[in-house]
Design a protein around this ligand. Structure first.
Ligand code: AMP
Ligand code: GLY
Length: 424
């Protein structure tokens, strides 16, 4: 079958790599893709939110499966768009309906969902211009640090963790009155601060059945030892050493099952990935956030650890037969280390020639921000490559990725050498 994959990052290169291994995959198109995705299929110059152009392309090329990488088109309703058109509605779109995508698109929606379905999460309040004064009172009742979250999508920047009440109130005012995060912060969720260690669990669902995929822990800060600015993620590891069978059992019983049941009870159509961010508070899992898609760079280790035919799994999601599938997980550990442009996550230069891409033979090099220019590959983003390696444990897999990165060069190359440091 012909498949259309939407997106252009490391996550999409990992999807293209995995989907193209399936005997069911006749050809894969990636819109818009990057220099890495074109190794596995054909890039097409269509934006992920250009639903008209996507429709025309899908019909003209007899596409039979659409896989959505990033959250934007999901929150904008690509699933519903396909359902609303007679010629498109039988072509499965892997991703939730517009309402389902609100689990990521609106923090307040996600909190209400969790409260309604008894899913463990931090206590919270939600505030707008209408009840700003109540927001100040709510802040006074919190023990710092105080967690403020813009309700809407804010490109990963909408969460502030503030050390004292006064600063929290100032920021609340800026978010609501002065559009600190644009429209996304017209509403703000204020949360109890949870102390613990984060981890992520990924679920694939057809809306009725679900499968738990390998877990991961990511490293969001730019600097070694988790210092400096937040990024989209500088690397991650799988499996997470402290996520044992007992913790996963709690996650499944207290969060995954109530989430799937809650979606059903609320009549929310959801056929796709759910990425659940957790805080492990003394062995008890609390949900920090839902994402309506796979993570980036988490996909770059989660998919390599799944042995199944991914096309077969996604077809089963589309037709509601996921129950009969058995997920087979590679026992090896995996790590991915991001190679970034110097300056990221602040200003950085693009267009630097990358050398050594073929020298790192023991690792999988996923392209994130790259561009093909004749026979050269150029940097084209802040996160440039995700270098994934298998190993007997976390230490081994990270060491292999680091060694591979030493063979790759471009001006300004930066990476964290300490991914997985707590477990090495
Ligand atoms: P989110 O976008 O909701 O994942 O939040 C971004 C980051 O803020 C998370 O990855 C956590 O590190 C942190 N965070 C969010 N909510 C809380 C909370 N209630 N308590 C402690 N840390 C939090
Ligand atoms: N790595 C974080 C995310 O994909 O949201």
């Amino acid at each position: 079958m012909k498949i259309l994959l939407l997106g252009s990052g490391g996550r999409e290169h990992a999807f293209a790599w995995k989907l193209s291994q399936s005997p069911l995959c006749e050809k894969i198109f990636v819109a818009p893709g990057n220099a890495g995705t074109s190794q596995h299929g054909q890039n097409v110059a269509i934006g992920v939110n250009d639903f008209d152009a996507i429709e025309k392309f899908v019909l003209a090329n007899s596409i039979k499966l659409v896989v959505v990488g990033p959250e934007d088109p999901l929150v904008n309703g690509i699933y519903d768009y396909f359902q609303s058109k007679d010629e498109l509605k039988n072509i499965p779109v892997i991703g939730p309906s517009k309402v389902g995508a609100q689990l990521e698109g609106s923090k307040a929606f996600a909190k209400q969902f969790m409260i309604r379905h008894n899913i463990p999460t931090a206590a919270y309040g939600e505030f707008t211009i209408e009840n700003l004064e109540d927001g100040f009172d709510f802040i006074d009742e919190q023990i710092p640090p105080i967690v403020l979250k813009a309700d809407g999508l804010a490109a990963g920047k909408g969460v502030l963790i503030l050390p004292e009440h006064g600063e929290a109130k100032e920021n609340l005012r800026e978010m609501i009155e002065q559009n600190k995060f644009g429209k996304a912060s017209a509403k703000v969720v204020i949360e109890e601060f949870l102390k613990g260690i984060e981890f992520s669990v990924f679920v694939l669902t057809d809306g009725v059945n679900y499968k738990i995929l390998p877990n991961a822990k990511d490293y969001k800060r730019i600097g070694e030892g988790d210092t400096g600015l937040n990024t989209g993620g500088m690397g991650c590891i799988s499996p997470v050493p402290f996520v044992d069978a007992a913790l996963i059992k709690k996650v499944e019983e207290r969060v995954i099952i109530p989430t799937i049941e809650g979606l059903k009870k609320d009549n929310i159509v959801y056929k796709g990935f759910i990425y659940i961010g957790f805080m492990n508070v003394d062995g008890e899992p609390y949900v920090i956030e839902y994402n309506c898609r796979m993570g980036d760079p988490e996909t770059e280790i989660v998919l390599p650890r799944i042995k199944n035919d991914l096309v077969e799994l996604l077809v089963a999601v589309g037709n509601g037969s996921l129950e009969k599938e058995v997920i087979e997980i590679d026992e090896r550990a995996a790590a991915t280390v991001i190679v970034a442009s110097g300056g990221y996550p602040e200003e950085y230069e693009k267009g630097k020639e990358i050398s050594g891409l073929n020298d790192a033979r023991d690792s999988i090099i996923f392209h994130a921000g790259t561009k093909q220019d004749g026979d050269k590959v150029l940097t084209n983003g802040g996160r440039v490559l995700a270098v994934t390696s298998y190993g007997k444990d976390i230490h081994d897999s990270v060491a292999k990725s680091n060694a591979a990165i030493e063979k790759i060069n471009f001006e300004g190359k930066y990476y964290r050498r300490d991914i997985g440091y707590e477990f090495r």
